[in-house]
Design a binder for this molecule. Structure first.
Ligand SMILES: Nc1ncnc2c1ncn2[C@@H]1O[C@H](COP(=O)(O)OP(=O)(O)OP(=O)(O)O)[C@@H](O)[C@H]1O
Ligand SMILES: [Mg+2]
Length: 250
């Protein structure tokens, strides 16, 4: 297979009030180019920390993370990763268009280029609106466009739809799949929504309580587009739910 990301024996701790807080425990995970992976785990177990390491936002000392065969800490390859956070983190004094274009190289700032991303996330007509003038779902779509315009090879999605209502959330999930079919971007999603994970993913990783270790991996072999009401979908959902529940009831 076409392996893009290799995480080996990755452990991470923080120092909090001079005490060591173990957050990641011997994570081993290989991800192929174009794969969609979801990570489900209890609050505070270390999921965001894992994504932040991949995005180059926090360091690591134990274990190895390689993107396209190169160790992440020794290269600028975290630039291949772009992270979308739970809150949209748009700049309030900039419009939708300006937020998307912010920090890009001049060549990439062309109106045509930005327009194509505005269209991709269905925000045509709102390019000159400010964040306080658009809905939460639209702000999150702006944040997705802001990430995609950087053409990341790996998109890291940290509970990006957590603050959205159920219907908008389903729309956004469809959009993510559309975008994926355009760009073949590798995607790693942190979510607490088992339905969302099954709908989107090729594989689902269930982590333990902190320090996060990989407890179980599920391959989602359902054909696409997936129907949440299909019996195979529901069967997998209850299997994952049981695993998840068992993990935390111990
Ligand atoms: N920069 C930091 N310094 C010290 N401790 C940190 C830091 N970042 C995270 N932590 C701690 O690491 C642990 C894991 O945090 P993390 O944000 O990775 O959890 P999470 O799994 O994403 O949780 P949630 O589902 O609630 O978002 C928490 O106990 C948190 O307090
Ligand atoms: Mg988190």
């Amino acid at each position: 297979m076409n392996e893009q990301l290799r995480i080996e024996h990755l452990s991470k701790s923080f120092l909090v009030n001079n005490e060591k807080l173990d957050v990641l425990d011997d994570i081993n995970l290989n991800i192929d180019k174009g794969e969609f992976i979801s990570i489900i785990g209890h609050s505070g177990c270390g999921k965001s920390t894992l994504l932040k390491i991949l995005a180059g936002l926090t360091g690591y000392t134990v274990g190895s993370v390689k993107i396209d065969g190169k160790e992440l800490r020794d290269s600028a390859d975290s630039a291949k990763c772009c992270m979308i956070f739970q809150d949209h983190r748009l700049l309030p004094w900039k419009t939708v268009r300006q937020n998307i274009a912010f920090g890009l190289y001049e060549d990439d700032k062309s109106e045509e280029n930005i327009n194509s991303y505005i269209e991709m996330v269905n925000l045509k007509g709102f390019e000159n609106a400010y964040p306080h003038q658009i809905s939460g779902g639209m702000a999150q779509r702006t944040a997705i466009a802001r990430a995609l315009v950087r053409k990341p090879e790996i998109l890291l999605l940290d509970e990006p739809f957590g603050a959205l209502d159920a219907l908008t959330r389903i729309e956004m999930q469809k959009e993510v799949l559309n975008i994926r079919s355009y760009n073949h971007t590798t995607m790693i999603l942190v979510t607490h929504d088992i339905d969302e994970a099954i709908y989107l993913s090729d594989r689902i990783i269930v982590t333990s309580n902190r320090p996060a270790a990989i407890k179980k991996e599920f391959k989602v072999e359902l054909s696409r587009p997936r129907m949440r009401t299909d019996s195979d979908f529901m069967r997998l959902k209850s299997k994952i739910f049981r695993e998840f529940f068992d993990t935390y009831s111990k």
